[in-house]
Design a protein around this ligand. Structure first.
Ligand code: ARG
Length: 470
């Protein structure tokens, strides 16, 4: 479209709707620097919903006529269609999503369009748009978390009896069920959902009616607008409503935690795919090769999840920093909240979707897991506990077993491979039944309480988790 045709559409020359008191137009650079429409047009649907609810209230309270309301609604519906069909022309001269829609409305319906902004400011309008957008996004993210949790449960269920070494300090610690390990991530994601639900509750309040900062002299009905837009109530202070973005910061904190959890799992996948571990392999569609080393199969997807966690965590810090020195009430600084929020949502949704798929394509090498558990004296604690149950104080038992481990290490043998006389050398309390205790299965089965790794407990945990997901 030619520039002259563009201009004819809505504005004359470089004139802004607020330019009445200015003696010269803004420079091209300033226009580009201050415009947000190239990213905030993403809010168009919520901007339109907010405008319809606002106009309905203006008409119900007699601030505008019924006739004007009908025209406004028809015009906004047409604009919505134009946007969905990709026909709407976004102009950066018109700064943001709000002015683009309002100007188009006026060009469609004339004076009635100019009345839509009565008793409103872009300050309470944008605060409303972001809250609506975040509310929708939170519901979407929660749905994606559920799908990933379901994939975790399916995998965990297949590996209730799969033995792997549990680690502390990334050193073999005690044998665990692989299903139990996976269920740890189910728990993290469960708390992540709870946090999002909580964040949603706090952000689901209506800013509209706060106008620029102090409220408005028109006889508005804020509760009516809140109800129409599905808000649980109205923001109680106009200055706070137009200026704070704490709800967005909270959302970014929730997102950063989710990514951080997924980053931890990714780090494990990367390690487990290393041939020295060899615990798992990922389906080929999640890996790439090397352009120079023909033997390579790289876990690019988990690595990228780990990397993208950096950018999501960065967005949280960006929003905190945008907010930190702002005096009341609205400041243009807040325009900088959009891109971090949008990128957080996109990154998170993509990551959750890719993870749900990746979990279904994991190949588990049970032998490698078991072998690793056999080679780290993973049942040493069980040996100590055995001695304690026979009357030895725990600290003494710890000492006895440490010596036995050193002995076994010198012989390059697992504890379970030592002979009874050899074991008896370390404590007279040792009897034949020690060999039950020293097996990986015996160790796992003995941790049979809520939260423990015994397969019977893991089975119960998975069953309960499935119910929670319904
Ligand atoms: N684009 C602005 C933002 O994102 C909308 C509010 C602008 N208000 C104003 N008085 N300039 O925050």
């Amino acid at each position: 479209m030619t520039t002259s045709k563009k201009k004819n559409l809505v504005i004359k020359g470089n004139k802004k709707i607020w330019s009445g008191r200015f003696s010269e137009p803004v420079s091209e650079l300033v226009q580009r620097y201050t415009a947000s429409v190239h990213f905030d047009q993403r809010l168009a649907e919520y901007d339109i919903q907010g405008s319809i609810a606002h106009a309905e209230m203006l008409s119900a309270t007699g601030i505008i006529s019924k006739k004007d309301l009908i025209a406004i609604k028809q015009g906004l519906e047409q604009i919505r269609n134009e946007i969905y069909n990709g026909e709407f022309i976004w102009l950066s001269e018109l700064e943001d999503v709000h002015l683009n829609i309002e100007m188009r409305l006026t060009s469609l319906i004339g004076d009635a369009g100019k009345k839509m902004h009565t008793a409103r400011s872009r300050n309470d309008q944008i605060a409303t748009d972001i809250r609506l957008y975040l509310r929708f996004s939170i519901d979407d993210i929660i749905a994606h978390i559920k799908i990933m949790q379901k994939a975790l449960l399916d995998l965990a269920e297949k590996h209730i009896d799969t033995v792997m070494p549990g680690f502390t300090h990334l050193q073999v610690a005690q044998p665990i069920s692989f299903g139990h390990h996976l269920m740890a991530y189910f728990e993290m994601l469960k708390r992540d959902t709870e946090r999002l639900v909580d964040c949603r509750k706090r952000l689901n309040k209506l800013p509209l009616g706060s106008a620029a900062l102090a409220g408005t002299s028109y006889p508005i009905n804020r509760r009516m607008v809140a109800k129409k837009l599905g808000f649980d109530g109205v923001c109680k202070n106009s200055l706070d409503a137009v200026s704070d973005r704490d709800f967005a910061i909270e959302f970014c904190a929730c997102a950063a935690l989710i990514m951080t959890h997924l980053s931890r799992l990714s780090e494990e996948f990367v390690l487990w795919m290393n041939p020295s571990f060899g615990f798992i392999s990922l389906a080929d569609r999640f890996c790439t090769g090397s352009s120079i080393m023909p033997q390579k199969k790289n876990p690019d997807v988990p690595e990228l999840v780990r990397g993208k966690t950096g950018r999501v965590n960065g967005h949280l810090v960006a929003l905190l920093t945008v907010m930190k020195a702002q005096p009341l009430a609205y400041n243009k600084d807040n325009q900088e909240d959009k891109e971090p929020i949008f990128d957080t949502i996109d990154t998170l949704n993509d990551t959750l979707r890719i993870y749900a798929d990746m979990l279904t394509g994991i190949n588990v090498n049970k032998d490698a897991m078991r072998n690793a558990a056999m080679h780290g004296y993973a049942t040493a604690t069980d040996f100590a506990d055995y001695l304690v149950k026979k009357g030895l104080p725990f600290r003494d038992a710890h000492e006895v077993v440490a010596k036995a481990v050193r002995f076994a290490e010198n012989k390059n043998l697992d504890l379970s491979k030592l002979t009874l006389p050899e074991l008896k050398n370390f404590s007279r309390l040792v009897e034949k039944d020690i060999f039950m205790v020293l097996t990986l299965e015996g160790s796992i089965q003995s941790r049979d309480h809520i939260g423990g790794t015994a397969p019977s407990q893991v089975r119960i945990a998975i069953k309960q988790a499935r119910k929670e997901l319904l």
